[in-house]
Design a protein around this ligand. Structure first.
Ligand code: CAA
Length: 379
């Protein structure tokens, strides 16, 4: 497999790095402290093309490959994982799902503004009693002839408050179990669509996570994605690609913490020399660098397979599983290297450690990734 990056890839990586350093870094601690959504930065990300990177230019996207997307995700996540989850959900769940399975009318109406960042989207699968067990959907989309009547509650929805368009997974034919589920495109502001409480989270605090409620929301039939009963397959197929984005996010969080740890270790003195001259620290840095590089190769591999239209389900699950575990471990090590300074906000690593945790949970927990990998091995 060719892991060489092209000139275009390097340019995207550089642009994302510069954006993260100039637009996100100066205010990231403040936004984390007050759980403030990065409205301005997200608007600029849209203008720079980071919100619809893989969407065809025909629909206002960047027409880039998945490798470009993971490179940008890594750079933005090194600095601000809250901004990068907004980017990830919009790119790989909402835009990719719509472009791959939407009708021409749906793409014209919804994908074009989503890909250019004029509006942002949300992906609504999880429910109070359907997290990992996603087939147990309680939200219903009753077929009323020319529309669906949507009722139910969705939990932990990224971009829940700020999104204009939501892809909502709901049960239409309970007797058919997961084969009776549909995915509906639902607009914010439709009667009966209520935005519930904003979550007060451990990490990715400036991203916007809400409960969403639907009470007799009328959704036109033309807003269903794919054939009747395609909704669960849609969610699973979309999440396969989404997991590459979250793997890249985890990689960025780990790499960001590692870079800060290297820098700090060369400045901080203890016992008459910089701590980077102590073997205890050198071993930590060496192990961090090795595991982060291994995670990077898994992320690149999954992205390449997707770009080559090959089966990437196992590779994506492996990348997410490994990168998220590395993120949790490497950020903890980075805090340890910083000592007492690592435990305070100013040095960034404590935030990265808090942000890392969610990458082991959303878009399929580590345990679900193991289940996906095992099923792929044994099938
Ligand atoms: N790709 C494509 N199809 C898949 C699939 C995959 N990875 N995994 C399952 N499917 C299909 C199966 O083929 C099956 O369809 P058929 O019957 O037509 O063959 C159907 O889905 C049901 O699969 P199973 O019979 O295997 O169902 P299960 O209940 O045993 O397992 C599961 C399903 C894999 C555990 C699934 O529920 C799952 O992935 N759970 C995790 C859910 C998740 O990732 N949630 C994330 C929420 S979104 C989010 O976090 C976004 C955000 O805001 C950041």
């Amino acid at each position: 497999m060719n892991f060489n990056l092209t000139e275009e890839h390097l340019a995207v990586q550089q642009a994302a790095r510069e954006f993260a350093q100039t637009e996100l870094l100066p205010t990231v601690i403040e936004r984390d402290t007050h759980s403030t959504f990065p409205h301005e930065a997200i608007k600029k990300m849209g203008e720079l093309g980071f919100l619809g990177m893989m969407v065809s230019p025909e629909y206002g996207g960047g027409g880039m490959d998945t490798v470009s997307y993971v490179l940008a995700m890594e750079e933005i996540s090194k600095v601000d994982a809250s901004a990068s989850v907004v980017m990830s959900v919009n790119n790989s769940l909402v835009c990719w799902g719509l472009e791959s399975f939407g009708t021409e009318e749906q793409k014209q109406k919804y994908l074009t503004p989503l890909a250019s960042g004029q509006i942002i989207g949300a992906f609504c699968l999880s429910e109070p009693e359907a997290g990992s067990d996603a087939t147990s959907q309680r939200t219903t989309a009753e077929d009323k002839g020319d529309y669906y009547l949507l009722n139910g509650t969705k939990n932990w929805i990224t971009n829940g408050g700020t999104s204009s368009v939501c892809l909502v997974i709901a049960q239409t034919h309970p007797e058919l179990k997961h084969k009776g589920i549909n995915c509906l495109i639902v607009e914010k502001g439709w009667e009966g669509f209520m935005v519930g409480k904003k979550e007060d989270k451990m990490g990715i605090r400036s991203s916007d996570t809400h409960t969403l409620m639907f009470s007799d929301v009328k959704v036109p039939k033309e807003n269903k994605i794919g054939e009747d009963g395609f909704g669960f397959k849609f969610a699973m197929t979309t999440l396969n690609g989404g997991r590459i984005g979250i793997a890249a996010q985890a990689l960025g969080i780990a790499a960001g913490a590692y870079e800060l740890a290297v820098k700090y270790s060369k400045e901080r003195k203890a016992f008459g020399k910089t701590i980077s001259e102590h073997q205890a620290i050198q071993f930590k840095l060496a192990e961090m660098a090795t595991k982060i590089e291994a995670a990077r190769l898994l992320v690149y591999k999954a992205a390449r397979l997707k770009d080559e239209h090959k089966d990437f389900v196992q590779a994506a699950a492996m990348a997410k599983l490994f990168a998220s575990e590395v993120a949790m471990w490497a950020t903890t090590e980075a805090v340890q290297i910083h000592g007492g300074y690592g435990y305070v906000k100013e040095y960034h690593v404590e935030r990265l450690m808090r942000d890392a945790k969610i990458t082991q949970i959303y878009e399929g927990t580590s345990e679900i990734q193991k289940l996906v990998i095992a099923r792929e091995i044994l099938k």
